[in-house]
Every structure is written in C-alpha cells, then in structure tokens.
Design a protein around this ligand. Structure first.
Ligand code: HAM
Length: 420
C-alpha cells in the first residue's frame, strides 16, 4: 500500500451518505419539503457558521452545547465564529436581521442541513449531523404549539418511524411558576447535594433544571424524587399547557407527560417535547423542540415568541422500518450497437433528458449484451436500441423491459412513446 496517500477515512464523528442510503436521505428531504411547505412553512437557509455570541447568548452560556461542544475558531480578522450546533438561534437571528417579524405573523420557516457538535461519537451521535426543522415565530397561542408538535409527529410517521411523544411544560422564567419551582428544586438539590455527581453540584446555582438532563447515575437517582415543574406552573402557563394537550388530543396525536423533559438548550419556555423511537439504543431521541419566548430578546431583538422543533435525520435513517425512498430509475436506457451508433446514442440520450425523460447510456464501450445487462440493472422501463439499421431508417428499436415486447418506432416519436 502506498504510504503517501491521504486517509480515506472521513474525520472522526462524521460520515458519508452514499447510495443506496443517500436515496432515503433525499426522500426525507422531499418529504420535509412537502409536509412543511404544505402547512405554510417557507424554506430558509442560514450560514453554516455564525458569530459565536449568537449561540452563547441564544442557546445559553450554561448549556452543555455551548460550554463543551462548539466548534469555535477565530477568523483572519480575529472575530470569533462558531459552526452552528443547532439552527434555532440562527433562524431567529435571521428573522431579526431581515425584520421578518414586522411583517405577516407568525413567520413560519423550515430548514434542512448539517449541524456541528463536538460530542463523543457513538451509534446515532455524530459531530456533523443532519437536521430538518421548523420554527414558527410571532405567536404565543397554544394552537401554534399544537401545530408544530402535530407536524413533527406526522413527518416522523410518514418517514416510517413510529415516534413516542413526550410532552412537558417548563413554565416561564419571568412567571411565578419558574421562580417558585426554581426555589423548590434548588432546596431539594441542596438537601441531596452530597449524593449528586461531582459535575452536577456546580449546576445547582447556575442552572438547576439541567440536572434533569444529567447522564450520571448518582444524579439520575436523586432526580427520581425531585419536585416536578408541572406541579408548580402559574395559572397562565398551566392554562397554556392544558390547551396544548387538549388540541393534540383533538387531532389524535398521542403523548405522555414527562416532567423530566427539560431539554439541553437554555432558551426553552413553557412547551418542551421530545420524540423518541425504538431500536436506536441510548441515542433514542429522533427529535425535540419547544417554545422559546425569550430567545429573540436575549439576542437583543424585540420581544417575539417562538416555537419549533428539529429532527435528527441520521437517527431517522437508522430507525426507519421500511426502505421508503428507493432509487429513482431512469426511464430509458439507450443501447448503442457498434461504434458508429455511439454519437447518435449520445444525441438521443441528451434529447430525452432535455425533454424531461430520465435517460442513461453506456460509457465503457460495452457490447450489446453488456449494455442490455446494464439497462436491466438501471431499472429503466425501456431500452432504446440504436444500430446501423435503425440509424439508416431514422428509427430505434424500443424494447419494453418490463413486458418484454419490442418494436421499431420512428426516432421522432420516441418521446411520445416512452413518456410515463
Ligand atoms: P436538539 O434536541 O439539540 O434540539 O436536537 C434535535 C435532534 O437533533 C435530536 O433529537 C437528535 O435527533 C438530533 N441530534 C442532536 N445532536 C445530535 C448528534 N450529535 N448526532 C446526531 N443527531 C443529533 C435542537 O437542536 C433545537 N434547535 C430544536 C428546536 C427547534 N427547538 C426549537 N426549535
């Protein structure tokens, strides 16, 4: 083996998506477009990197994503930039930059693309991973919460994943509920401080809610007996949460209330939810989201409420029970018999493609038998065979590869004959 070739291995924690899996990936993106756009969400594209403070202030200085997982680097001018670890803060930043929140509300957007987190890689957890997500910005009403959750649920089912929905409300930081609950939680954590994992003790003061997220067994044990936020919600937050539940029940979206869903990002208020799926091992969250009524404000913008979710595309691909998104076969495979047919075959393929008919041909100089085999492999419905006879007559031999029949047809008529 040569010593000086580059490593063929993609960087740790990243992966290639090659055929046939890439067909399923493409099918998921198509599905996202049709389901999200069909509910009034418009596509949005934001940069793969942002000024670091978008995440520091948006996602939160105490979240694990910001403290431990960001790919942050200075650019040549000394600005601190960060590869996006998530897209909600960037989307809200873009809405504020373009003043979209001053137009028709709510602003409903969807996105698809890579996110970057320096985590320990394992099954279903990567350092570059793909998300599709939606954000509805500018309405505080519970109907939009229910809309967002229902769309996520419907998308996952259509993608062949049977999701379980865990729903919670974590109240509002400005409301009595979060303050009162915060006090009760801190009191409980103080009383059990000695039993908490070392790294979780430090969170009691900075971000006590985060202890629900801890993966440390000692902390998890303590949290089993911890007070839960749903028992401390203020009347407004409780009414909002009740309304969301009622709406979801009306449209037949099943859920369980899980007061331990606090989510790993600091911007959440009120509704928080996660979709989990079987067969994924420990990384079983296929998606999550919630309300972030304070996010625009924490970026320095107007007070604009919002809610959304992001789904982990890599995990959906792992969890899919069927192989929806089979390769899309070409319609016609043009077979060139003899050297003199090579150029006319190329012309014919180009003509078919220009007419919007999927077509392919041989590029290796294979004989007729080899080309017919390749035509079968391509999944094409028809083989259009061009030899010197056909060329002289201005015709092609059109073979229906599914029915087996073949006939000569004038070359001018081929589009009409093969159009699906
Ligand atoms: P998140 O829970 O951090 O939320 O990520 C959403 C989903 O992305 C997860 O449920 C998981 O499926 C997938 N995911 C996260 N990290 C990884 C990883 N390292 N490897 C593979 N998949 C991963 C957010 O990102 C929020 N922005 C969601 C949101 C939108 N909230 C409101 N709007």
């Amino acid at each position: 083996m040569s010593q000086d070739r580059v490593s063929f291995r993609a960087p740790k924690g990243t992966r290639d998506v090659v055929p046939p899996e890439s067909w399923r990936l493409q099918a998921l993106y198509d599905l996202a477009r049709s389901i999200f756009a069909g509910s009034g969400y418009a596509p949005v594209e934001t940069p793969a990197f942002e000024h670091t403070e978008v995440f520091a202030r948006g996602v939160g200085e105490t979240s694990e994503v910001v403290t431990k997982q960001m790919y942050t680097f200075p650019d040549k001018a000394g600005r601190s930039l960060t590869l996006r670890p998530e897209s909600t803060a960037p989307v809200v930043r873009a809405v504020l930059e373009h003043g979209l929140h001053r137009g028709a509300l709510p602003v409903k957007l969807y996105y698809a693309g890579p996110q970057f987190r320096q985590e320990r890689p394992q099954k279903g957890r990567y350092r570059q991973f793909l998300q599709v997500g939606i954000e509805a910005i500018g309405s505080a009403r519970p109907t939009v919460d229910a809309e967002v959750v229902e769309i996520g649920h419907r998308f996952l089912r259509a993608a062949g994943v049977e999701p379980r929905l865990k729903l919670n409300s974590i109240g509002h930081p400005a409301d009595e509920c979060r303050l009162g609950y915060g006090r009760a939680l801190v009191e409980y954590l103080r009383a059990h401080e000695a039993d908490l994992a070392e790294e979780d003790r430090g969170r009691i003061d900075t971000n006590p809610l985060r202890t629900f997220d801890s993966k440390e067994p000692e902390t998890r044990k303590v949290m089993e007996g911890a007070p839960v936020i749903t028992e401390h919600l203020c009347p407004e937050c409780k009414a909002h949460f009740d309304a969301v539940q009622d709406l979801l029940s009306r449209v037949g979206v099943p859920f369980t209330i899980d007061p331990r869903i606090v989510r790993g990002l600091d911007y959440y208020t009120r509704t928080a939810f996660e979709f989990v799926a079987g067969g994924l091992g420990s990384q079983d969250a296929v998606g999550g989201g919630g309300r972030y009524d304070g996010l625009a404000r924490s970026l320095g913008g107007d007070d604009v409420p919002g809610i959304g979710f992001a789904l982990g595309v890599d995990r959906i691909l792992l969890a899919q029970s069927d192989d929806g998104g089979a390769p899309r076969p070409v319609e016609v495979y043009v077979v060139a018999v003899g050297d003199e047919a090579a150029s006319p075959a190329f012309e014919l393929v180009t003509r078919l493609r220009s007419a919007g008919i999927g077509a392919d041909l041989d590029h290796l100089g294979r004989g007729m038998k080899g080309q017919m085999k390749d035509a079968d492999r391509s999944g094409a419905h028809f083989a259009a065979i061009l030899g010197s006879d056909e060329i002289a007559a201005g015709e092609v031999t059109l073979k229906d590869l599914e029915a087996g029949a073949q006939e000569r047809v004038p070359i001018a008529e081929i589009e009409r004959r093969v159009r699906p």
